[in-house]
Design a binder for this molecule. Structure first.
Ligand code: AMP
Length: 293
């Protein structure tokens, strides 16, 4: 089907997912539609990106309603392979002979916390790219480290696919939409928006410090007390924080100073009970520079 479209010079956009679709996924699908003639969505809970003890077996699987949602969004093709189709019959958890080794981009944030996770992501995404052969693929800002790592793979391996970023879709109270939000108990759900609140507070603080420092060329130091104070606040509210970090892009390394004109990310991962939530916010210091100039 895809080769027929390509033969007719039609553009193909691809949105890989693990299913249990929500508005966040649908927003990527809509963005994909604006960039191509046909949209392909994959639904595959990829075992190789889950570590031991993670929620691979509990992960929600709702294929029938996912397909229905895709139909309503005018998706041309839903690719929902089973494990055997993706990895053959070799093993419950396939151990390939050839794997990716990521340097630098996964030394912080989720990469430092979930051993082998991004290698598993690259394994499945590169396989999916070869199967679907899209012109463009859309991934969410919600998983920002994943986005930078996939974009880097496409660049370094000359994959003929453009990698787009879709903004994070949120519930009315600010909580980033996620297939995992359904794990939250009602009390945890009430607390969950504090994560986005934390990111916004930090972002405002850092941006204000940069603004107060004026428009000079000298990098502005990040107040080293602000992140520990926000971590403490999350702990007091029942979160167990994996990380709360300010990192520069595109290298995703912790930033202790802000250089104007550079894009930074404030990212958080924290547990509420048995649920691990992640979120992030972009910190664009370019605006200040333009304004000041
Ligand atoms: P997943 O099914 O969780 O693997 O996510 C599939 C794609 O949807 C990834 O590119 C995610 O970054 C993206 N995504 C997940 N949650 C959201 C959200 N709340 N807003 C926008 N994109 C999202």
């Amino acid at each position: 089907m895809v080769s027929e479209w390509r033969a007719r010079n039609l553009r193909v956009a691809f949105v890989p997912t693990m299913g249990a679709l929500h508005e966040g996924h649908l927003s990527l699908i809509r963005q994909a539609r604006q960039n191509a003639d046909h949209v392909v969505v994959s639904v595959f809970v990829n075992p190789t990106q889950f570590g031991p003890g993670e929620d691979y077996h509990q992960y929600p699987r709702t294929l029938a309603s996912d397909v229905e949602m895709c139909r309503k969004e005018d998706v041309s093709l839903v690719f929902a392979p089973d494990q055997e189709e993706m990895y053959g019959t070799r093993d419950q958890k396939p151990e390939p002979y050839i794997t990716f080794r990521i340097s630098k981009l996964h030394t912080h944030l989720c990469g430092a916390r979930r051993e082998g996770h991004f290698e598993g992501v690259l394994q499945v995404v590169s396989k999916l790219f070869h199967i679907v052969r899209p012109d463009v693929a859309v991934f969410g800002q919600k998983d920002i480290q994943q986005w930078f790592i996939i974009r880097q793979m496409a660049e370094e391996f000359d994959l003929p696919v453009e990698i787009l970023m879709g903004p994070t879709q949120r519930e009315n109270d600010g909580l980033a939409m996620s297939s995992r939000n359904r794990y939250l108990t009602p009390e945890e759900r009430k607390k969950a928006p504090l994560l986005f609140d934390t990111l916004q507070r930090l972002s405002q603080k850092v941006t204000a410090d940069v603004r107060d420092a004026g428009s000079g060329k000298v990098p502005v130091p990040v107040d080293s007390a602000v992140i520990p104070a926000e971590i403490e606040r999350l702990h007091e509210n029942g979160f167990k924080v994996d990380y709360l970090s300010l990192v520069s892009t595109p290298d995703l390394q912790p930033a202790t100073v802000i250089e104007r004109g550079r894009l930074y990310v404030i990212a958080v991962a924290a547990w509420l009970g048995k649920t691990r939530l992640i979120d992030n916010i972009l910190l664009n210091t370019r605006k200040n520079t333009d304004h000041d100039a």
